[in-house]
Design a binder for this molecule. Structure first.
Ligand code: HEC
Ligand code: HEC
Length: 203
C-alpha cells in the first residue's frame, strides 16, 4: 500500500530517474511543512537544542511521534508561540497516523550528519567507559547504528543529549525498563562525560 502510493507520487513528479539513486531526491510529505522550520528540509539540525532526525531510523521516528502525541516525553514549547500549536506534543497530535508514517519514512531515509561541536577528549574517554558498561548492549557502534531502533546518539548536540539524560533519569520520558535502571545511576558529571563521548563518536 505504502510502496504503491510512493511510486505513484514519483511518477507524478517525474523524478523517477533520480529516485533510485538518492533518497535526497524524495519530496518531503506536505505534512512535514510544519516541521522543517526547526528541523530543516534535510532533517539535519543547526541548533544545539534540536536533534538531527535524518537517518535515525523510520521505526524509531514513528515511535517518537506516537510518544509525543501521547505526551509521554517532554513537550518543548519554545518557538511554538506563533505556530498553530502551543508545543511540540500538540503539533504532533494534530497529525493523522498516515501523515506520521509518511513523515517518519521521509526523514528516516535521509542521510545522517553529525552536529559540529567541540568535544573534550578527556571527558569523552570517561564517557566511553560508562557507555561500554551500561549502554553499549542496546546502543551498538557507539550509538551510531539506526537498526538498533534506539535512535542515533553519535554526533547529536551535547545540550540536547544532556537534556534527554535528565528527562530519563527524572522519569519524564518513556523508556525501556532496563534502560531506566541504567539512567537512575547517572550523576551530572557522568551525563556530561557521556554527552561528550557521543558527540565525538560519529565516524
Ligand atoms: C519550534 C521548533 C520545532 C518544530 C516546529 C518541530 N520540532 Fe521536532 N523538535 C524540536 C525540539 C527542540 C526537539 C527536542 C525536544 C527535547 O529536547 O525533548 C525536537 C524533537 C523532535 C524529535 C525527537 C527526535 C529524537 O531523536 O528523539 C522528533 C522525531 C521530532 N522533533 C519531529 C518533529 C516533527 C515530525 C515535526 C513537525 C510535525 C516537528 N518535530 C516540529 C523542535 C521543533
Ligand atoms: C535495554 C536496552 C537499552 C539500554 C541498556 C540503554 N538504552 Fe537508551 N534506548 C533504548 C531504546 C530502545 C531507545 C528508544 C526508545 C524509544 O523508542 O523511545 C533508547 C533511547 C535512548 C535515547 C534517546 C535518543 C534520542 O535521540 O531521542 C538516549 C539519549 C539514550 N537511549 C541513552 C542511553 C544511555 C546513555 C544509556 C546507558 C546509560 C542507555 N541509553 C541504555 C534502549 C536502551
Amino acid at each position: 500500500m505504502n510502496t504503491i502510493r510512493k511510486h505513484a507520487g514519483k511518477f507524478a513528479l517525474g523524478v523517477l530517474l533520480v529516485a533510485g539513486f538518492n533518497a535526497a531526491g524524495a519530496q518531503a510529505p506536505a505534512a512535514a511543512e510544519t516541521c522543517t522550520g526547526c528541523h530543516n528540509d534535510n532533517g539535519i539540525t543547526d541548533s544545539a537544542e534540536i536533534p538531527t532526525i535524518a537517518g535515525v531510523g523510520g521505526f524509531f521516528l514513528e515511535n517518537q511521534l506516537a510518544i509525543f502525541a501521547e505526551s509521554e516525553r517532554p513537550c518543548v514549547a519554545e518557538g511554538f508561540a506563533d505556530e498553530d500549536a502551543e508545543n511540540h506534543c500538540a503539533l504532533i497530535s494534530q497529525l493523522s497516523e498516515d501523515d506520521r508514517m509518511a513523515i517518519a519514512e521521509y526523514f528516516g531515509e535521509l542521510s545522517y550528519q553529525p552536529f559540529e561541536q567541540e568535544v573534550d577528549e578527556s571527558l569523552a574517554a570517561q564517557g566511553e567507559s560508562i557507555h561500554n558498561a551500561s549502554c553499549d548492549r542496546c546502543h551498538t557502534a557507539s550509538g551510531a547504528e539506526p537498526f538498533d531502533d534506539a535512535g542515533i546518539l553519535a554526533g547529536q548536540p551535547i545540550p540536547y543529549l544532556v537534556d534527554q539524560f535528565e528527562y530519563y533519569k527524572a522519569g519524564e520520558r518513556w523508556q525501556p525498563e532496563s534502560m531506566a535502571e541504567e539512567m537512575q545511576k547517572l550523576d551530572a558529571d557522568q551525563m556530561k562525560a557521556l554527552a561528550h563521548f557521543y558527540a565525538g563518536a560519529w565516524e
